[in-house]
Design a protein. Structure first.
Length: 327
């Protein structure tokens, strides 16, 4: 039975990856320091013999006994609410955490896939974004702690690949949604649905013309799985290229939920990307992958998940909805 290490295992994407690899017959080792992760996302796995979990910060030395066939490095705050609150930890997990995971991959002779992001493109001047685009990032802006941590992640991953011969993969993840997102993490979909559930007005930043492309989590996990199993070591975009403005997105949420909330407008946050749309030509050609879940279908599943949470969960709010962006 093959064995895989998944960092950030209690997070939104990490927990879904744990499920997928358990289903594929792997032994899964999960690591999470639980700064933004939630054990409830993986509590159903603790009864399984093929799952083990360690409460650990991957920015510190990682020791895993026994063999490891694969490593998935998904540990990182991913919401602007989080990485603006814990900027140093965000930089450390992208830099030191990645360094530690790559060192472990070298020692174990493991294939490693690191979770990069569409944020490496910054506020893009090329649309849609291809993997060859180098980006437009403000390194000293409030979002730089996340953007530059991920850009460094890609650089050190390629250095380990080229210098040490480590078998590496890099996925650039675009906006993703689905069950197990935190309702109060400040990103567009949970922010809108949370506001609707509480009977509040929906907050749109700027004039709402900025765009995002939303991918359902099941589609994303399939793309990551195929990339891990491929023989391609350069970055690959995984996301849904169907683009929508945030104003239209807010209207879709109101239509889905049936709530009569109003849409109100607030100033656009610093460095918030105006456009975000993946070019997935490489994913189609190299992996035979493209998203299959219709946005309305995925939204309905996600809304039902959020609605199933307790009213206490609905009432948890971030201090400020600082961005419409990201995974």
């Amino acid at each position: 039975m093959k064995r895989i290490l998944i960092t950030g295992a209690a997070g939104f994407l990490g927990s879904h990856l744990c499920d997928r690899f358990i289903k594929e017959g792997y032994r899964v080792v999960g690591i999470d320091n639980l700064i933004t992760g939630d054990l409830r996302n993986i509590e159903h796995l603790f009864k399984l013999e093929q799952f083990e979990f360690y409460h650990h910060d991957v920015s510190k030395f990682i020791h895993i006994s026994g063999n490891l066939d694969y490593i998935l490095h998904f540990a990182s705050p991913a919401s602007p609410i989080d990485y603006l609150k814990i900027p140093i930890q965000t930089l450390k997990v992208g830099a030191l955490g990645t360094h530690n995971c790559l060192g472990l991959a070298l020692a174990k002779k493991s294939r490693i896939l690191v979770a990069s992001t569409s944020e490496v493109y910054g506020d893009p001047q090329v649309h849609p974004q291809t993997e060859e685009y180098w980006g437009n990032v403000n390194p000293v802006g409030p979002r730089g702690v996340y953007d530059e941590a991920k850009r460094f992640m890609e650089s050190i991953t390629m250095a380990y690949h080229n210098f040490h011969g480590v078998d590496t993969r890099i996925v650039r993840i675009f906006n993703t949604y689905g069950p197990r997102m935190r309702l109060n993490d400040g990103r567009a979909l949970p922010a809108f649905i949370g506001q609707a559930l509480r009977g509040e007005d929906l907050t749109v930043f700027g004039d709402g013309s900025q765009t995002r492309s939303f991918c359902f989590v099941d589609d994303l996990i399939e793309g990551i799985y195929r990339l891990l199993m491929s023989d391609y070591h350069l970055p690959v975009n995984i996301g849904n290229p169907e683009e929508i403005s945030l104003l239209d997105f807010a209207k879709e949420v109101l239509e889905l939920t049936g709530y009569k909330s109003k849409i109100i407008f607030k100033p656009l946050p610093v460095d918030d990307p105006k456009q975000r749309q993946p070019d997935i030509t490489k994913a189609k050609k190299l992996l035979g992958w493209q998203p299959t879940v219709d946005r309305k279908e995925g939204f309905k599943i996600t809304y039902e998940y959020f609605r199933s949470l307790s009213p206490e969960e609905w009432r948890k709010q971030p201090k400020e909805f600082v961005s419409s962006s990201h995974k």
